[in-house]
Design a protein around this ligand. Structure first.
Ligand SMILES: O=C(O)[C@H](O)COP(=O)(O)O
Length: 236
């Protein structure tokens, strides 16, 4: 357990994926990192290695999980003694207990995965090129679909819908670890993290369209024992 006053919350949007590079709407499509994305995650690992990570949270999607695993590789002081272990969902009927083990329980950095941290569902837009879509329906409409708070892209989730799952998850599952003084890494997605940042930074709806997150750049919040943010650094 760390000094309570120094609990860090590290948020990171996954590194570049092959569809980020192709400028395609990804949403829930499970696209891996490309070589640029893996490099970004390695650079992020260097930037955060001073923080001994106690627990991680990530989405169900490969690009966020890969980023988590790479980010932990430089956390060497901790990893020498502790292994990162992806924790699977015991409540899922398809889980057969194959990831159970008896020893080393105190020696792990648990990585919890949840669909609540998945990217915003982009519905009918998934797979389409963003620039081509803007030519077809107009730049303004595509910007609304991508950046407004309450507009839903066709068949998909608005940021408001996404926030309705990410913020309760943050409050119930993540915040208690921070209040207890743990350093927490959350690797997720452009929009699932935008919704959490909107909550943490108390942003107005009108400020949300201007909030952009680069791939692979850690944002480090310092959180006090009451769960309040006392500092924010962007490690560009
Ligand atoms: O799902 C996607 O395509 C990206 O992760 C985020 O896309 P956006 O910047 O268009 O919201």
């Amino acid at each position: 357990m760390n000094d309570r006053k120094k609990a860090k919350l590290i948020l990171i949007r996954h590194g570049q994926s092959t569809w980020n590079a192709d400028n395609r709407f990804s949403g829930w499509v499970d696209i891996p990192l490309n070589s640029t994305g893996r490099r970004e995650a390695m650079e992020a690992a260097q930037k955060i290695k001073e923080y001994a990570i106690d627990v991680c949270f990530t989405s169900m999607l490969m690009r966020a999980k890969e980023t988590t695993a790479i980010c932990l590789t430089e956390n060497s002081d901790r990893c020498e003694k502790k292994s990162p272990v992806f924790k699977h969902d015991a409540d899922n009927p398809n889980w057969h207990g194959w990831d159970k083990y008896d020893g080393y329980i105190k020696e792990e950095i648990p990585i919890y995965t949840s669909p609540d941290l998945d990217e915003r569902y982009y519905g009918d837009l998934q797979g389409y090129n963003k620039a081509e879509m803007a030519e077809e329906v107009g730049k303004e409409i595509v910007h609304q679909w991508r950046r407004s708070f309450s507009t839903r892209p066709p068949g998909g989730e608005s940021l408001e819908d996404t926030a309705a799952r990410t913020i309760p998850y943050f409050q119930k599952q993540i915040l208690p670890y921070l209040k207890d003084g743990n350093n927490v890494l959350v690797s997720a997605h452009g929009n699932s993290l935008r919704s959490i940042i909107m909550h943490l930074d108390n942003l107005e709806e009108s400020e949300v369209p201007g909030l952009e997150l680069a791939t692979g750049i850690p944002i480090v919040y310092t959180v006090n024992e009451e769960g309040k943010i006392v500092d924010k650094q962007i490690l560009e």
